[in-house]
Design a protein around this ligand. Structure first.
Ligand SMILES: Cc1cc2nc3c(=O)[nH]c(=O)nc-3n(C[C@H](O)[C@H](O)[C@H](O)COP(=O)(O)OP(=O)(O)OC[C@H]3O[C@@H](n4cnc5c(N)ncnc54)[C@H](O)[C@@H]3O)c2cc1C
Length: 302
């Protein structure tokens, strides 16, 4: 914010954590990038509403989850960044229904469902990040996506008004949700199907093995860099354009899965973004197809 001291005083009645110049970039899965002018981690739902109701309309507001799909640009993020952490990580099971806070890890939701003998959410087990991010991205894998299991999402808008939305309100499609600007998802309700616990657990194990074999999961990465264009696989286009292993500064298109970008060590967010743009240029030149970023980029360049 323009006047940080003033901003902290302005929000002095909040109970959650307010941090100025919070180094969120290094906490992202890529492990690089700038800081948030102000990071707010609410103590609970009422605390979130309280801050939103005071937050100036003309100040930028950004919501992050686990940052498994996000590049934080090197110049950092202006205004307030909101992260829903532990106070929003509760997971409850009622019959075939799973109710998860937006801060719950997607993997934990898959595990909780498996423990209760609920199938259908196994795909979430290998998707890093939190439920808020998974709903916002309509995350998916191995033929399933959030849209298939979501019953309802609760969000608050910038004015602090609570909104309850069905999947049809969100117009969910491949890696896309029409979540209105400024809405913060706080909770999601999913429906699983009753199944034998061992069968569900076996599926979880299979997914783990598949991921270990095909993805650079121990690297600093953000998952798929580009969405698959209709009728194509992004990785095939990238491979065809000769970009497997392509490097810019400390950033590289993974040799193991060439739609995954990795920070090999000292990459800056600019290295990652420039590499992505170079890949888009080469794919366009070779195939005439325009790749679209799946990874979100937030903040300003250095
Ligand atoms: C190794 C690896 C493998 C991956 N594999 C897959 C995969 O198989 N399938 C897949 O779909 N993705 C995959 N991803 C990408 C990523 O895990 C998913 O997109 C994930 O759902 C992002 O969740 P997040 O909490 O990290 O979101 P973030 O990266 O923090 O944010 C992503 C978007 O969601 C928004 N958002 C986050 N929380 C909220 C909220 N509470 N309310 C409103 N908006 C919110 C953010 O504003 C941003 O626009 C992978 C990533 C990695 C690193």
């Amino acid at each position: 914010m323009n006047n940080k001291k003033k901003s902290l005083n302005l929000f002095s009645n909040v109970r959650g954590q307010l941090t100025e110049n919070a180094p969120i970039g290094i906490e992202s899965w890529f492990g690089c990038g700038g800081s948030a002018d102000l990071l707010f981690e609410p103590a609970d739902f009422d605390d979130l509403i309280n801050l939103l109701s005071q937050y100036p309309e003309d100040e930028p507001l950004t919501i992050i989850g686990g940052m498994a799909n996000t590049i934080v640009r090197d110049g950092g993020v202006r205004g307030c960044v909101i992260r829903l952490g532990k106070p929003f990580s509760n997971i409850e099971i009622e019959g075939d229904t799973i109710i998860a806070g937006a801060g719950a890890l997607s993997g934990s939701v898959a595990q909780a469902a498996a423990k209760a003998g609920l199938g259908g959410l196994e795909f979430l087990s290998g998707i890093p990040g939190c439920i808020g991010g998974a709903v916002c991205m309509n995350a998916g894998a191995y033929g399933s996506e959030v849209k298939d299991v979501l019953v309802q999402a609760t969000a608050v808008d910038r004015a602090g008004t609570v909104r309850t939305m069905a999947p049809s309100d969100l117009n969910m499609s491949y890696r896309h949700t029409d979540l209105p600007e400024g809405y913060i998802i706080t909770r999601a309700v999913f429906r699983g199907r009753m199944e034998d616990k061992d069968i569900v657990r076996t599926r979880l194990k299979d997914i783990k093995t598949k991921r270990q074999d095909t993805q650079p999961i121990s690297e600093k990465t953000g998952g798929s860099t580009f969405a698959n264009p209709p009728g194509h696989k992004a990785w095939e286009l990238i491979d065809r354009a000769g970009c497997r292993g392509l490097t810019v500064g400390g950033a590289q298109m993974s040799e193991k899965h060439c739609n995954f970008m990795i920070n090999m060590g000292g990459a800056t967010a600019a290295d990652l973004e420039n590499l992505g743009e170079e890949v888009r240029r080469r794919v366009r030149e070779k195939t005439g197809i325009e790749l679209k970023w799946e990874i979100k980029r937030i903040g300003d360049p250095a």
